[in-house]
Design a protein around this ligand. Structure first.
Ligand SMILES: Nc1ncnc2c1ncn2[C@@H]1O[C@H](COP(=O)(O)OP(=O)(O)OP(=O)(O)O)[C@@H](O)[C@H]1O
Ligand SMILES: [Mg+2]
Length: 472
């Protein structure tokens, strides 16, 4: 749980933004530090170099460039213990004067100012960490090296190496922690919006998202969302109201018209009149059927029925339907076969689920030819979903029409001679959607196969008991 929350925060946009800001500001800080370091190093080196340069000029000036003169000058300088280091080496590598032992090979490389640390044949007193200087050739071929103690340069390097570690680690650590906190607080608000949206989608249209009163951009977004939800709820109530008005204002007179037609039909009259009355009653029934289906669809699509979902014994429901349709099929010379696993339980609206399978079975009976076979199969698939397949061996539906026939009022030309409104499969689709279930149509060579897959999350405890039989 905690691990999931941390992973969510680390993957969040807020955390990435905070991390990017940290990296940019970290780079900025390090760049400034590097500039300060370079400036400080250049100043120290400049001071050391100019002091060495003036010492070289002084010695060369005092000695007139002769070997003995240089040796005397070095001895003179060493008496002052000025902190400078000298080495006068003959071309053969012999040390002629000075307080520094340095191999000739190293000396030959020092034709420009360099900072040297002990090693490679260079020995320095313990309190001297580094020296900086350069070598010059005297007129008689001797090499004179003068260097100055450069402990400040070593200290500067040490200080900056340490500072970079602390600074880099600190910035990164603070950035990660800050990013995590920002992400967590942003995610808490987003989570609240997600939870509320899911409840609203599940049918609770009165649900609103809580504002925390801080007046931040989340609060402003939530206030706008809540206003939008108020508006949607009002519109839905209007639609509901209009539907109720239609149902009341149009269905009632139609029902009364139907009653009058029935009464007139009871009265003895001309046979052609009776036929006309029968047709009129049939038409009114169709209109009333369309009204009922439309109202039902509108009601299902609000998702408000989800709040009444209960465990449904799907095996019993399908067994009962199979028994009923065996009788209906027999009257039409069609065989209904069923293979239904005995332990299927889902969570949903029993009445709507029944209506869904009735619509599919009615189609199978209506559109398959006499002598045809309709099969009902139901079971748990390996993923734990409940699969229900109803197949017939009638004319089927061309593959390119499979999606279209799920829309309202779509009827194929080939079936126009059968009674129907073209709303049956639209209702099936709406009921499947309400139960988060997938509906798919396929050919049955010949015929049609309708597969309804009720996902595992809609199965009720009990479904996993030794479910015999699977579909597919
Ligand atoms: N089992 C089937 N075999 C062949 N065609 C089918 C089958 N089921 C549906 N159809 C085709 O799909 C169309 C839409 O079916 P749907 O159930 O939505 O409407 P309907 O059966 O025409 O009318 P009703 O609203 O009374 O159910 C049908 O008109 C028919 O052309
Ligand atoms: Mg139908």
């Amino acid at each position: 749980m905690l691990k999931a929350a941390i992973m969510r925060a680390l993957r969040s946009k807020a955390f990435h933004l905070a991390l990017q800001t940290t990296i940019i500001s970290g780079f900025g800080t390090i760049l400034i530090s590097v500039i300060i370091y370079c400036a400080a190093e250049a100043t120290i080196k400049g001071q050391l170099d100019s002091s060495v340069k003036s010492e070289q000029a002084e010695i060369m000036g005092d000695s007139n460039g002769t070997e003995s003169g240089i040796v005397d000058s070095i001895h003179e300088e060493l008496k002052d213990s000025s902190g400078l280091f000298y080495a006068l080496i003959s071309p053969s590598g012999k040390t002629l004067a000075g307080n520094l032992s340095m191999p000739i090979s190293l000396l030959k490389k020092l034709n420009h100012y360099q900072t040297l640390v002990p090693g490679n044949g260079l020995k320095l007193p313990p309190h001297v960490l580094a020296i900086r200087g350069m070598a010059t050739n005297s007129s008689n071929g001797d090499i004179l090296y003068i260097g100055e103690k450069a402990n400040e340069l070593v200290a500067l390097n040490d200080f900056y190496s340490f500072s970079f570690l602390i600074l880099g680690g600190g910035i990164f650590g603070i950035g990660m922690a800050g990013g995590f906190l920002v992400a967590r607080s942003a995610l808490r608000r987003v989570e609240a919006i997600t939870v509320a949206s899911q409840e609203i989608m599940a049918g609770n249209l009165a649900r609103r998202i809580d504002v925390d009163g801080s007046g931040d951009e989340f609060d402003r977004l939530i206030i706008s969302l809540n206003l939008m939800l108020d508006r949607i709820e009002a519109l839905m109530q209007n639609v509901q109201q209009v539907s109720n008005d239609i149902s009341h204002d149009l269905r009632s007179p139609l029902a009364r018209l139907r009653d009058s037609l029935e009464v007139s039909r009871m009265t003895p009259c001309d046979p052609s009149m009776t036929k006309c009355l029968d047709e009129a009653i049939e038409q009114v029934d169709t209109v009333l059927g369309i009204f009922s289906a439309m109202l039902r669809l509108a009601e299902i699509e609000t998702n408000s029925m989800r709040s009444h979902f209960l465990p449904v014994d799907m095996s019993t429901l399908l067994d009962d339907l199979a028994e009923t349709f065996k009788v209906v099929g027999a009257q039409e010379h069609k065989t209904v076969r069923a293979s239904i696993a005995s332990c299927l339980r889902v969570v949903g609206d029993r009445e709507l689920l029944e209506q869904m399978f009735v619509n599919i079975l009615e189609n199978a009976i209506l559109y398959s030819p006499p002598g045809g076979t309709i099969s009902i199969m139901a079971g748990l698939n390996p993923s734990g979903d409940v699969d229900i397949e109803i197949a017939d061996n009638g004319p089927g539906i061309p593959a390119h029409e499979h999606r279209r026939v799920l829309q309202r009022f779509v009827r194929l030309d080939s079936s126009r001679h059968h009674p129907g409104t073209g709303l049956g499969l639209a209702l099936v689709k709406a009921i499947a959607d309400l139960h988060d279930s997938a509906i798919s149509l396929a050919g049955n060579a010949p015929g049609l196969k309708v597969l309804i897959r009720i996902p595992k999350k809609h199965t009720a405890p009990g479904s996993m008991f030794e479910c015999a039989g699977t579909v597919g």
